[in-house]
Design a protein around this ligand. Structure first.
Ligand SMILES: Cc1cc2nc3c(=O)[nH]c(=O)nc-3n(C[C@H](O)[C@H](O)[C@H](O)COP(=O)(O)OP(=O)(O)OC[C@H]3O[C@@H](n4cnc5c(N)ncnc54)[C@H](O)[C@@H]3O)c2cc1C
Length: 409
């Protein structure tokens, strides 16, 4: 039995750990927190996941909350005009349902499932010096510890990382009691609201500890009015401030949320981070090597809601590479090749996400405008969240965009 150690009990680490157990690997996960601490802790994400990533979970019978979670059938786009009213407002339909299950539920549940299915769990916040010793006891050590301190083992790759500072100030609340959605009362959809120069407000239907909820999520442009969380307000003040900002900048959403309440005392989150792609192989002082995965090596801004999707795709891709390796050593060249295979999926996501952080260029405004009248454009944009590589030939390319518009009009 090959011995594999995974640091980090998140989407990537647990999905990979659970899928390796099916193939008789001896897998240990080291987690900084117990399942009870995860369940009782702060929300971590908005975690909207689309079909391809959800299918990877289904492939390993990890889709434990599919029946309870609200099915997300589309994505709506609202763009404010200069007078603050909505210049654009449309919704596209997803070919396959998306969903968002609070990571507190999912990661706590998966951690318990991992132990039930025979995996070993060690509860410990791992340090670099721990890793140095650990590489001697395992054939492969994967670092799936998200954006925490262990990323320092993996050097930033400047060729793949255009940004050197956070591009958005993030702020999230999980709430119950949002009013009826007037735009499409019969369809649960993610809403993507943008105010040029200010930022974005997403609203994601999700499942949390107390049942179905909605997750308003601000992406504030640095220095702008939505970038106001450095005083770390308590939960009640956090939600009041989000509502007040909605009233000013997204009044159509404020109408729905003015009477909504937080789902629990840990239902708010604020912060920000620099989007970065790192070199995948970390070398420890003793010469041992470790392979980074998911957010450790590719951390995009959540503006496109892709990090959990990427983490799932990374776990599926690394599983294939590990299985195909058979009994051969997991050496640094294999690690680099394993990452490049995943990067072929993450590269289009990264380019699209980094583009979405910039003011929309003219061809994108033309596409969004034409989408108001044309269902095919709406649906193509929305389904790109499941298959971001599709954006290359039209959404990210002015010439391709023009050709596409000619074709569909
Ligand atoms: C505000 C916000 C909204 C988001 N919305 C979406 C969205 O809608 N859709 C989407 O797909 N993605 C979204 N994301 C991104 C997504 O949450 C992450 O990309 C995803 O969780 C990454 O998974 P991971 O397994 O790499 O890391 P994580 O989920 O961060 O898991 C890492 C785990 O490692 C543990 N850990 C850390 N350090 C150590 C250590 N030293 N020792 C042991 N354990 C350690 C952590 O406690 C954690 O459990 C969002 C992110 C944010 C911040």
């Amino acid at each position: 039995m090959r011995k594999i150690l995974i640091i980090g009990a998140g989407q990537a680490g647990l999905q990979l750990g659970l899928s390796l157990l099916e193939h008789d690997y001896d897998v240990t996960v080291m987690s900084a927190r117990t399942s009870e601490e995860i369940r009782g802790g702060r929300v971590m994400s908005t975690q909207a996941m689309f079909h391809t990533a959800l299918q990877h979970e289904r492939d390993h019978e990890l889709n434990l909350w599919e029946e309870q979670a609200p099915g997300i059938d589309g994505l709506g786009v609202s763009l404010a005009g200069p007078d603050g009213s909505r210049a654009l407002d449309w919704v596209g339909r997803l070919d396959n349902r998306a969903q968002s299950v609070d990571q507190r539920i999912k990661m706590a549940g998966w951690l318990e499932l991992f132990e039930d299915r025979g995996g070993k769990v060690v509860f410990h916040g791992v340090t670099t010096s721990d890793l140095d010793a650990l590489t001697r006891h395992y054939e492969l050590v994967l670092v799936a510890a998200g954006k925490g301190e262990l990323v320092q083992l993996f050097h930033r790759n400047p060729d793949r990382s255009p940004y050197t500072s956070p591009q958005r100030a993030l702020s999230v609340s999980y709430v119950h009691g949002g009013g009826r959605r007037p735009e499409h009362p019969d369809m649960d959809a993610v809403r993507f609201n943008a105010v040029p120069g200010v930022g974005e407000l997403f609203v994601i239907p999700g499942l949390t500890l107390s049942g179905p909820c909605e997750i308003p999520f601000f992406e504030g442009i640095p220095g702008g009015p939505l970038d106001c969380w450095s005083d770390r307000p308590g939960p009640a003040e956090h939600w009041n401030r989000m509502r007040e900002l909605m009233r000013q900048y997204f009044p159509w959403e404020y109408e729905r949320f003015k009477s909504a309440d937080l789902t629990d005392s840990q239902a708010t989150l604020a912060g920000g981070y620099t989007p970065v792609v790192r070199h995948p192989v970390g070398t420890l002082p003793s010469g041992g090597t470790v392979l980074g995965m998911a957010d450790v090596v590719v951390a995009n801004d959540p503006i496109t809601g892709q990090g959990s999707n990427n983490a799932s795709k990374c776990a599926a891709s690394y599983l294939d590479s590990i299985l195909e390796r058979g009994d051969q050593p997991f050496d640094p060249q294999w690690m680099a090749d394993t990452f490049e295979r995943y990067w072929s999926l993450a590269d289009p996501v990264t380019r699209w996400t980094n583009a979405m952080l910039q003011p929309p260029p003219e061809h994108v405004m033309n596409l969004f405008g034409a989408a108001q009248e044309n269902e095919a454009i709406r649906n193509r944009f929305v389904n790109g969240f499941d298959n971001p590589a599709d954006f290359d030939n039209w959404f990210l390319d002015p010439v391709g965009a023009e050709e596409y518009l000619t074709q569909v009009n």
